[in-house]
Every structure is written in C-alpha cells, then in structure tokens.
Design a protein around this ligand. Structure first.
Ligand SMILES: NC(=O)c1ccc[n+]([C@@H]2O[C@H](COP(=O)([O-])OP(=O)(O)OC[C@H]3O[C@@H](n4cnc5c(N)ncnc54)[C@H](OP(=O)(O)O)[C@@H]3O)[C@@H](O)[C@H]2O)c1
Length: 361
C-alpha cells in the first residue's frame, strides 16, 4: 500500500489549541512562542482512503509555525529548514510522497528547495487547487445566474503560482479578465503570456478595491496575511471564490453583504471510509484540494515530484483533473466560513441582490 504525508501548520495562533487543548486560554503571543520552539511531529494517521483502483494510508505532519511566522515572523531560512525537517519526519514515517499545505508551499521557491532536500516526491498540490477553484467558481456562477463567458472576472493574486494558471485557463473562456496584485510588472508579464497563448487582452490592476467594484466573479488567491477584500467594494450579486489560506475574505463580508455569494475554493470529497483522525475544520471525508492532490498521486502510484515552483504547467492541471475523476475525488458541496451553503441560501442571496440592484438603479 502506498503511503503519503501532508504537512500542515497552524494558520492562526488559535489553531494551536486544536492539537494542544491546554493552550486554549493562552494569549496568541504565548501560543506562538510555544510553536516556534517545537520540532515538527506526526499529528495523526490517516486511514481508509480507497478508490476503485487502489488503497493508501498517510499521515498529517505538523510544521509548527503560524502563517505570520512563516511569512516574515522568523527568518526565511529558518522557516524553510523547519519545512524540510517536517518532510524528513514524513520520510521516516515511510511516506513516498509529501504535500505542502497552506503557506508551507508559498515560502521561498514554492517547494523546489524542499524537493531537492528530500528523497521522496514533493507536491504543493497547486494543480488540483487550480482545477477545483475553477470548477467551484463556474458552478457558483451558474447557481447565481451569472454567465461566466460574458462576466467580468477578477483574479486577485493573479501573478502567483495558483492565480497565474487560473488566469491563463480562464482566458480561454472569459471575455473580460482582470488580473490583480500589488506588483504591476509581474502582472504585465502574465497578461503578455495570456495574449500570446489565447490572443485575449487581460486588464491589469494594483487597485484591489476598484477592480473588485466592477467584477461579477472574483477568485481570491493571494498569499496576504491580512484580508484583501473590502466588503463594501463588491457588486450586488457578485460571486467570490476564496482559495487563500489564510483567507482573503473576512467573515464580516458575509455578515455585511447578504447579496453576494462567498464560497471556499477547493473543498473535495475523498473516496473510501476515510478517517483523518484530526479535525482541521472540514466535515468528515472531505479535504482541501492540495491534500487531495497528494492522495490522488499516491493512489495512482505517481510518487515523483509534481506541482512545484511558480510556473505550474497547464497539462498537469488537466492530468490531475483526469486522475481525480478516475479515483473518485469530487468537488464537495459549497461551504462558506466552515458552514454548508444550501441552494435555498443561494436563492435568498439572488433575490436580495436583485432588490439591492433595483434600489441602486
Ligand atoms: N485551498 C487550497 O486547497 C489551497 C491549496 C494551496 C494553496 N492555497 C493558498 O493559496 C494562496 C496562494 O498560494 P500561491 O502558492 O499561489 O502563492 P504565491 O505564488 O506566493 O502568490 C501570491 C499572489 O498573491 C499576490 N498578493 C500577495 N499579497 C497581496 C495583497 N496584499 N494584495 C493583492 N495581492 C497580493 C502576489 O502578488 P504581489 O506580491 O505582487 O501582490 C501573488 O500574485 C495561499 O494563501 C495558499 O495558502 C490554498
């Protein structure tokens, strides 16, 4: 039976209490101090992942650093060293491939150095994350009655590993595409590539609020530690797919705006009688897309490196989509801020959006 591992880290200091309940009453600073000095360790044994073709087992391994510590709170070399040590824990557990979760795939060169230092295969999971972000956005748009081909679609974080491939694939089907991030030069390069590949002219913008005020569909996939979507900037009836961890959209947006649909990108149903033996905030038998990619590769016996670096190949997105289907991984029902989103809820958002739009006309 092939074995995989997946490296996780506490997104915020509060997550530390998910594993160490005795820290529940501690301050964030105290929790951060504790994790900083902890070595990587096995969180849980994952059993029951089974497709029609194969069965695998795996492990969650902790890289004890919070999002803030991974992106600047500790020196970059220290963060990278800890991710590599977490990879070595995965090796010792017998894993043949390891996935890099959340910001462990963003630090440094998106997995390339980590892969050089490990004997086993490494993936960021970004190919399947792209595939599911696009599937979720298309389905959410359809349910909100937004015609994706004609809509104005904004990708926030469009020069990043995930955002860039999302944008290149969207350019094949969307007429009005807006690429958003802080560095215009990098965005310009993505727009050039899109023009060469699809003949389409994508707009670029470093003004998130303005770009979002005109968008019908927003795919948010930045590596920002802070929320980037301003609740008041969005159009009534807009669809927002938040792929980022930490999130780009605050729960306040959902509270203040009952006329827009916000869905989590990349929630996937995992085949088999799966037990993760750890609560990471999702319903049983569902995972993030990046975790799913690691499991799909282990089931398929593709145990070498896969999605690495900031230039993910379109063919890999297509291949992992085929393999996901083969092994029975499916996009899960919509979730928003750790709650399921029903069709009735979407109908209420649509009706509210019509009222708001009429009152503004
Ligand atoms: N849901 C899942 O299954 C899943 C799987 C993998 C990764 N992720 C998450 O996806 C996110 C992106 O990962 P990645 O590997 O694509 O990261 P990346 O390669 O570092 O790209 C990040 C992008 O965000 C932009 N950005 C950063 N801060 C910004 C800000 N304040 N405002 C606007 N744009 C900003 C960057 O451009 P500038 O620097 O020019 O602004 C860049 O375009 C991370 O949060 C990661 O944890 C989720």
């Amino acid at each position: 039976m092939n074995k995989f591992a997946f490296i996780m880290h506490p997104i915020v200091a509060d997550d530390v209490a998910r594993k160490f309940s005795f820290t529940r009453s501690w301050s964030d600073t105290a929790k951060e101090r504790l994790v900083k000095y902890l070595p990587p360790f096995k969180i849980s044994h994952i059993t029951g992942v089974k497709s029609e073709h194969a069965e695998i087992e795996g492990y969650f391994v902790a890289c004890p650093l919070t999002s803030g510590q991974l992106l600047g709170g500790v020196p970059a070399e220290e963060a990278l060293k800890k991710i590599i040590r977490a990879g070595k824990v995965a090796e010792r557990l017998g894993a043949q491939i390891v996935g890099l979760g959340a910001l462990t795939s963003v630090v440094g060169d998106a997995g390339l150095t980590v892969a050089e230092e490990l004997k086993i295969g490494v993936t960021t999971g970004n190919s399947f994350t792209v595939a599911t972000a696009l599937m979720a956005s298309r389905l959410a748009a359809q349910k909100m009655g937004v015609d994706m081909d004609r809509a104005k679609v904004a990708v926030v974080g469009a020069s990043g590993s995930i955002g860039q491939v999302c944008s290149r694939l969207l350019a094949r089907e969307v007429e009005q595409l807006v690429l958003v991030a802080r560095n215009l030069e990098r965005l310009h390069k993505v727009a050039e590539r899109i023009r060469e590949e699809s003949g389409r002219a994508a707009q670029i913008s470093d003004d998130v609020t303005k770009a979002l005020s005109e968008a019908d569909i927003v795919i948010a996939v930045t590596s920002s530690l802070d929320f980037v979507v301003d609740p008041l900037s969005l159009k009534p009836g807009a669809v927002v797919c938040d792929v980022a961890r930490p999130r780009d959209v605050s729960e306040e947006v959902a509270r203040l705006r009952d006329d827009i649909l916000i869905v989590d990108g990349g929630v996937v149903d995992v085949p088999g009688d799966v037990n993760f033996n750890f609560n990471f905030g999702f319903p049983p038998k569902t995972s993030y897309a990046c975790m799913a990619e690691t499991m799909i590769l282990a089931l398929e016996g593709k145990l070498g490196d896969y999605s690495l670096g900031r230039d993910i190949r379109l063919e890999q997105v297509e291949e992992i989509t085929r393999l996901a289907e083969k092994h029975g991984f499916k996009l899960s029902g919509f979730r928003s801020f750790e709650r399921a989103v029903s069709d009735e809820h979407i109908a209420a958002i649509r009706s509210r959006a019509r009222q708001v739009a009429a009152s503004r006309a």
